[in-house]
Write a protein that binds this ligand. Structure first.
Ligand code: MLT
Length: 208
């Protein structure tokens, strides 16, 4: 497989037992986008922030799409494998524990995180998915539950994601991971302070 490395920022706590927050930006973002958000979660976590390897008219993304909300699922499979391989290799270089990763993704970043949760059961200890969409049209449950805990928040008036589609996605996730906490925020596709406050509380309760 001709995997390419991803651009990244890594900030260590120098604590070998620390969890690592894996920051995954939205369309048009980069590895700097979610660093300020992560500062809401305290300084007890390593930070690994990636830039997606796909460019859509110059806008970084983690995988290709064929139209708004229509994902190139072949590319999503490839980019998910590429990202997981990169993270595993990087954990050796940067000396973080690859078994203690909490993914934090917004929109496109939330969707590659969702893909990794489905394709690599247990790859993440936890995941915070802001404005997620189901990564695949068909999600086959594998019958076993991983220990992953997932927080998701959707926007009540988000024009890019229908809440009905999310409900179905939630049901699938609940059969695949140990815990799911879900919130509908009075907002559109943009993130709000309420998303940050609720997810910070969830993180502190589950991974402090
Ligand atoms: C986006 O614009 O990023 C979509 O809402 C989500 C995606 O394409 O993954």
């Amino acid at each position: 497989m001709n995997f390419q490395p991803l651009k990244y920022i890594y900030k260590t706590t120098d604590n070998p037992d620390a969890y690592t927050l894996l920051l995954l930006h939205g369309t048009g973002g980069d590895e700097t986008d979610l660093i300020p958000l992560a500062q809401n979660f305290g300084d007890g976590y390593n930070i690994l922030s990636l830039r997606g390897n796909v460019s859509e008219h110059g806008m970084p993304r983690f995988f290709k799409r064929l139209g708004m909300g229509i994902f190139d699922e072949e590319d999503l499979h490839f980019r998910t494998d590429e990202m997981i391989e990169f993270i595993k290799e990087l954990s050796e270089k940067e000396k973080f524990n690859a078994n203690k990763i909490i993914a934090i993704g917004y929109s496109n970043g939330a969707n590659i995180a969702g893909s990794a949760i489905i394709k690599y059961p247990g790859i993440f200890s936890g995941a915070i998915l802001y404005r997620p969409m189901p990564p695949f049209k068909t999600i086959n449950e594998n019958g076993s539950k991983s220990s992953t805990k997932v927080f998701l928040s959707s926007g009540q008036t988000d024009p890019t994601v229908s809440l009905a589609v999310i409900t179905e996605y939630l049901e699938k996730l609940k059969s695949m991971v140990s815990e799911v906490e879900y919130h509908v925020i009075p907002a559109g596709h943009h993130l709000t302070q309420q998303d940050v406050t609720l997810s910070a509380q969830w993180l502190s309760e589950n991974f402090h």
